[in-house]
Design a protein around this ligand. Sequence first.
Ligand code: NA7
Length: 493
Amino acid sequence: MQYSYQFDEELQQEWDWPERYSPQPEILRYARHVADRFDLRRDIQFDTRVQAAHYDDATQAWDVTTDDGKVTRARYFVLAVGCLSSFNKPDIPGLEDFEGNTYFTAQWPHEPVNFTGQDVAVIGTGSTAMQSSPEIAKQAKSLTVCQRTANYSIPAQNRPQDPEYVAYVRKNYPELRAEAKTLYGGLLDDFGEVRAVDTPREEVEAELEQRWKKGGLTFLGGFSDMLYDERANVIAAEFVKAKIRSIVKDPETAELLCPRNIIGGKRLCVDNGFFQIFNLPHVSLMDVGSKPIERITPRGILRGGTEHRFDSIVYATGFDAITGSYLRIDIRGRDGLKLKDHWDAGPRTFLGMTVSGFPNMFMVTGPGSPSVLTNMLPSIELSVEWLTDAIAALRKAGKTTMEATPEAEASWVAHVNEVAQGSLRSKVKSWYNGGNIPGKPSVFMPYIGGLPAYLEKCNEVVAAGYRGFKMTGAPRPVAPPPQNPVTAEEQTT
Ligand code: NA7
């Protein structure tokens, strides 16, 4: 009920969320309902990829080139491209040679996939591997999970919504939403303020047990130091490893499934019976960490000189997170400055919503905002509200463009980096810090200082008359785009 929009009270009241964790079709149904209810489809052009967006100082507008060959000229350019939408195609030799079925969890087909009677391999043990594997195991003749690094997961304990809880939330939505904004992740739950290191071990373990039974992402939230003090972290890590050993009957497989690093360093996974599947006779674990995949062959996976044959291979290999979707577009700001160059050493933004040198370009939950560390739907709304107000303020001021100053951006980037240093999350390679993509700059990309601190900063900027921004130019209508559609290359020349 919290992972939903709050901009319309009737929408909140009328929508029925039947389960604690909604499955994908349910969330899609909600998105479609919102689009229809607010008549949004007339403003959406589907099946269109943005290839380039270039700012032109002469027109003070953005020329946005799409793959249908059209150029759209716009005063404001809002990137709502998502934090986890550019998928990571792994660089495994021979990937294209496979003659069976290839799937990527990040680009799952819209029509149902049936694995009945098949030998299936899943590559990866992140969230999507852990969530898809138990489903695939229900159908497949055999399932082989290829694990490079073991990962922590907490049971989802998904269940139908309790009607009393639903009634309570519906009745108190405004207050609950307001309270959520005062919490670190923008998510209401029971959070402990004491430190695990100051609490007797049995009490810490009792709290973890209770959270394990409750299930879900806030497993580490019982104590304030779980992601800041290794001594606290190790208690939770050992607790989960003991659970894995108690679930998985074969001791060797259990040991392989036990992670070695900090719990919560990588994003915690939430599963529906992932570890349990390794007790099934047709499911096995392949350790591709100590003995990597050599190549994909037309028939399967070659590893240690042996070919393992499969009908289907599922790559659950993640995303070029947070910056990937921006950098796959040829974005150029003032004087042809390429976003790719500006972000060469990692993303540089002011408040995660604007970039110096890129006038009137706004990002929804961009790098340097709390984004993926918070409840995403409310955070998306907060970004949208802030940038909408900013555009209104710009118009009210009788100006055409607004742009973060280099100083404001530099100081925000320094702050984002500084707060990240204090967290154990900085010590583990993950998609939060570019560690999952070879050659990607190693920078902790989301703002880790928490939603309340972030909102305070955003509000301060507004209260001080958009401090940190330059507003320039007198308002004028946007000139029409060039008559003949041009390609990104032609525009370059
Ligand atoms: P994740 O969580 O980034 O997981 C990707 C997995 O794929 C992870 O286990 C990787 O192992 C593995 N991987 C990646 N490349 C390879 C290669 N080349 N060989 C073997 N294994 C590989 O991605 P998800 O899509 O599951 O989830 C992303 C987020 O979506 C998730 O955190 C939620 O927020 C929703 P590694 O650990 O790098 O050794």
